[in-house]
Each structure stands twice: as structure tokens, then as C-alpha cells.
Design a protein around this ligand. Structure first.
Ligand SMILES: NC(=O)c1ccc[n+]([C@@H]2O[C@H](COP(=O)([O-])OP(=O)(O)OC[C@H]3O[C@@H](n4cnc5c(N)ncnc54)[C@H](OP(=O)(O)O)[C@@H]3O)[C@@H](O)[C@H]2O)c1
Length: 334
């Protein structure tokens, strides 16, 4: 494993983290807690020291699952979780239709206690606002998060899917250490403003869905996705966009084979190659994928490889919007 500094601290984080969402939420029925726990344990053996979860992933179930491995490995893992997405009465399926954002100080104070309890830790290393709440002044949200630092409940602040202006404003109120937003071969919006800004402000940029939620592995069997798989509603997984994206991942596979790599390794290595303040968190609940994905850290892409990837992307530009209208309302740009 290779390591890199977290934000402007001396903390060394692995060049890739582990996204844990799919172990408990979003991606269909094939959950297997035993394999997920084995995957978490294997990630430690492979040198990964950065796990990503959120209170909404399975409505606390994901944090509880992780705690089973975290409890004996607290000193080895930099744990990141998030607050902000809620369900009416906090019931129902996570990510179902009536989800809403609540980043009010009152909710933050309650949410952190629940996450600490479920994770069975004294302090959360990195605590993200999962989205910016349009109904709460940013000063109030960041103010409440900074109170948690003073109280010793969290160490560092993160934001997810904010604009450059929001990031600057938040950073002026209290240092923001990490920004987590979607970034992959399928979604490059952050390259315009966000990524350069994080670099300038010494903020770690954490790309989520670096595999385009599996599409950029060229291994995803769309016909096998269950009806409650979140991806079934996303434009990229349907019709002309899906056709484009399958062709794109096939073309990338040819390049990957020439580099003795898998398509997933190529996709993750491409994200890592974009800036030295990047730590992607590819998600998996399977040891076989984890063990393979770790290889992306040692896959060096030179300028000729990067040019070839740009050429392939230009050949298949019809990737489609990343979200349907329901999810789009929570982000500033599609
Ligand atoms: N901040 C946010 O709003 C936000 C949004 C989404 C996600 N996230 C975080 O980011 C993490 C990563 O994103 P993601 O999980 O949505 O998407 P992703 O990392 O792009 O892709 C995950 C999908 O790819 C599959 N996969 C992984 N490695 C593979 C390989 N080598 N070959 C074939 N398939 C492979 C996984 O399968 P299996 O599941 O079968 O292993 C899963 O279906 C999440 O786990 C979560 O922690 C944050």
C-alpha cells in the first residue's frame, strides 16, 4: 500500500480507502454480512486505513456492521461517517422517495451521538455533512460541527457535494479537511472548480463512486441487478446511455489488458492520477474485488495512457446524467 497525507495534517492515509455503503444499502439484495466483515478485515491486512460510511446507509446498519471489525482495530482505521440525510420519523428504507436533508444544529447534535454509539467509538475521525441543507445557514451547520470538535466527539470536518463558494465559505468558518464528491471517468464536473480549490486549500478530495457505481469495471451484469437496486433508476443504467457506457468500459478494458490491469484498476488509477490530494473510496463488499482494486495504487498511468483514455472518452461521450430528478434536487449540478 502507498500512503499520503490527510489534508494539512501529518496523518498518513492509504492511497485508496474502502467505501462501505454497498455492504448494507443501495445496491440490491446480495448482502452477505460474513463476506462484508471478511472484506473489512482483509482491507486492514492490505494496508487500507480509511473506511467510509454514513448514518443513512441502511439507517445505521452499516455503522453497526463496521463496528464489529472496528472495535478490535480502532488504532488502525481512520473512520469517516456522515450525517444529513433523513427519512420522515427516521423510518422506511434509506434512499426511498421521501428522503430529505437536515443539517440543523439540533439534528447534528443528535446524529453524532447515534453514530458514536453505533460505531462504538469515543471519537469520529472525519465527520461529513452529506449534503448542504438549503434551509439552514451554512454558518449554523459548520458552527455546530465545530462545537463537536471542541467537545472531542469528532476530529475533522468534511463536506460532500457542495459548490466551490460553499466550500470557501465553510472553510473560513472552520477548516474543512475533506471534500467527498462524485468523480470518475463518467463524471468530471469537479475538475472545473472544486478539485483545484481543494488543492489550493489543502483539502483532501475523496471521490465517491470512482467506478461509476460499478459500470467502469466492465464486469457489471445489468440484467442481474435486483429491482430495489438504486442503480436501476439512474439514467446511466438505461437505454442509449447504458449502451454508450458499456461500449466505453469495453474500450477501456482493451487498454487495461495492455497494461496487465483490470478495467476497474484502470478506472481507479485514472482518478488517483488526477491530483496528489485525492483518495478514492471504491466500494465493495467482496474480498475478490477489494484485493484486485488495491492493485490500482501501483498502476502508473503515463501521459500517453492518459491521452489514450481521453481519446476513448471522446469516442463515447453520451454517458448520461448521473442522477434522476429525485436525487438531483440534493446536488447543485447534474
Ligand atoms: N457522499 C455521497 O453522497 C456518496 C454517494 C455514493 C457513495 N458514497 C461512498 O462512496 C463509496 C464508493 O461508491 P459506490 O460504492 O457507490 O460506487 P463505486 O465504488 O463506483 O462502485 C461500487 C460497485 O462496483 C462494484 N465493484 C467494485 N470493485 C469491482 C471490481 N473490481 N470488479 C467489478 N465490480 C466491482 C461493487 O460490487 P460489490 O458491491 O458486489 O462488491 C459495487 O457494485 C460508497 O461505498 C460510499 O461509501 C458516497
Amino acid at each position: 500500500m502507498k500512503y499520503t497525507k490527510f489534508a494539512n495534517t501529518n496523518i498518513e492515509l492509504s492511497k485508496i480507502g474502502l467505501g462501505c455503503m454497498g455492504m448494507s444499502a443501495a445496491y440490491g439484495e446480495d448482502k452477505d454480512d460474513k463476506e462484508s466483515i471478511a472484506t473489512l478485515e482483509r482491507s486492514i491486512e492490505l494496508g487500507i486505513n480509511f473506511w467510509d460510511t454514513a448514518d443513512i446507509y441502511g439507517k445505521g446498519v452499516n455503522e453497526e456492521l463496521i463496528s464489529q471489525v472496528l472495535k478490535n482495530n480502532r488504532d488502525k482505521i481512520f473512520i469517516a461517517t456522515k450525517f444529513g440525510f433523513r427519512m420522515p420519523n427516521d423510518t422506511g428504507n434509506s434512499f426511498s422517495g421521501d428522503i430529505y436533508i437536515d443539517c440543523s444544529p439540533k439534528h447534528i447534535k443528535e446524529a453524532v451521538e447515534k453514530s458514536l454509539k453505533r460505531l462504538k467509538v469515543d471519537v469520529i475521525d472525519l465527520y461529513y455533512a452529506h449534503r448542504i441543507d438549503p434551509n439552514i445557514p451554512l454558518e449554523d451547520t459548520i458552527g455546530a460541527m465545530s462545537e463537536l470538535v471542541k467537545e472531542g466527539k469528532i476530529k475533522y470536518l468534511g463536506l460532500s457535494e457542495c459548490t466551490a463558494d460553499e466550500l470557501k465559505k465553510a472553510h473560513d468558518i472552520h477548516p474543512i479537511s475533506a471534500l467527498q464528491s462524485e468523480y470518475s471517468l463518467l463524471y468530471r464536473e469537479v475538475e472545473k472548480e472544486i478539485l483545484p480549490l481543494t488543492k489550493k486549500l489543502e483539502i483532501t478530495f475523496v471521490p465517491f463512486a470512482p467506478l461509476g457505481r460499478g459500470l467502469m469495471s466492465n464486469k457489471l451484469d445489468i440484467s442481474s441487478l435486483s429491482n430495489n437496486d438504486f442503480r436501476k433508476n439512474l439514467p446511466r443504467y438505461k437505454g442509449e446511455y447504458l449502451e454508450n457506457n458499456m461500449k466505453l468500459s469495453q474500450a477501456l478494458e482493451e487498454l487495461a489488458i495492455n497494461k496487465n490491469a483490470t478495467t476497474a484498476q484502470l478506472a481507479i488509477a485514472w482518478v488517483i492520477a488526477q491530483s496528489d490530494n485525492i483518495i478514492p473510496i471504491p466500494g465493495t463488499k467482496k474480498r475478490k474485488y477489494l484485493e484486485s482494486n488495491v492493485g490500482s495504487v501501483n498502476l502508473n498511468l503515463d501521459s500517453s495512457d492518459l491521452e489514450k483514455i481521453e481519446d476513448i472518452l471522446k469516442m463515447y461521450p453520451n454517458v448520461g446524467p448521473r442522477y434522476s430528478a429525485r436525487e438531483n434536487k440534493f446536488v447543485k449540478k447534474s
